[in-house]
Design a protein around this ligand. Structure first.
Ligand code: MN
Length: 297
């Protein structure tokens, strides 16, 4: 059965937001998750010795570490300015090297351009989109060699139209992977984004997997609550998890819920946790993991 994970962004706007990698690992384990997912900042900041120590702690806890996040305006590998692209390329190499030292083999996110990049409406023609996509591909041709050397699956997160404009559907993502042409070029599909952009979530999962490009999955309800949180919702979890099973996808399924108000880049403008404290939040995640496993059984 697919291993279930918890993204540490779950702790945004709680007192655990800066608790650090060891505490996040403990919380994920308490929630019965087998995978912990964190951002790149922590692992890049570690010394080599700290990485070895953390790698051992993850293994001793019987956990798996995955990495998720991408570029900003200052290091967008698809930026017009070559100096900005170069900063991004070099940052990607540092991240991949850190992952190699940590034994982490999956980096997902908007790691092909800038998260929340919105082109000028008046100038965003098909030609402009193709041009930016080419800039990303050109940078990726250099970065993907490091991913291959480091044994990392480089998973491009397909996101909804309000968060990026290059890859909004699994079909666009698969084409991007094929144009790049590396076996390490993969996709992250996320139910929250697919619910907005795909005609059918289950079909998108099956399509990406059939093309050999499904590398990672994020799950959440359509309002980004923990899967199964409030009973029956818009998400057809039987169909979604059925597609995971049927397609033969054996990778990880990471819960990426946002339940607290105030994470402004996430745009959650109300408390969706019923005022939960940390122990209750852990309980919600634990229930979510059990819910997903019940659908996969
Ligand atoms: Mn996601």
């Amino acid at each position: 059965m697919n291993k279930i994970g918890l993204h540490n962004a779950y702790w945004l706007d709680t007192e655990m937001v800066d608790a650090g990698v060891y505490k996040w690992m403990e919380l994920a384990k308490q929630a019965n998750c087998e995978v912990m997912e964190i951002g790149t900042a922590e692992i890049v900041a570690m010394t080599n010795a700290e990485r070895l120590e953390f790698k051992k702690a993850v293994a001793d806890a019987g956990m798996i570490l995955t990495i998720n996040d991408g570029f900003t305006k200052d290091d967008d590998i698809a930026a017009e300015d070559p100096a900005v692209r170069r900063r991004g390329i070099e940052r990607a190499k540092r991240i991949l090297q850190a992952m190699y030292e940590l034994g982490a083999d999956r980096w997902s996110g908007i790691n092909y351009s800038e998260w929340l990049r919105h082109p000028e409406v008046a100038t965003c023609t098909p030609d402009f989109k193709a041009h930016v996509r080419d800039l990303s591909l050109e940078s990726m041709r250099e970065i993907i060699k490091t991913a291959e050397d480091c044994g990392v699956d480089y998973c491009f997160e397909v996101v909804n139209r309000f968060e990026q404009f290059l890859l909004n559907t699994a079909a666009e993502g698969v084409q991007f992977c094929e144009d790049l042409g590396s076996p390490r070029a993969k996709l992250l599909l996320d139910t929250f984004h697919m619910n907005i952009e795909e005609d059918n979530i289950a079909d998108a999962i099956k399509f990406a997997q059939s093309k050999g490009r499904l590398g990672h999955i994020h799950v959440g309800e359509s309002n980004r609550r923990v899967p199964g949180f409030e009973g029956k919702t818009n998400m057809d979890w039987d169909a979604i998890m059925g597609a995971v099973k049927e397609s033969g996808y054996e990778g990880y399924i990471i819960m990426e819920p946002f339940m607290k108000m105030g994470a402004t880049t996430i745009c959650c403008w109300r408390d969706m946790s019923h005022g939960a404290d940390i122990a209750t939040m852990v309980g919600y995640a634990k229930d979510g993991a059990a819910f997903l496993r019940s659908k996969l059984a």
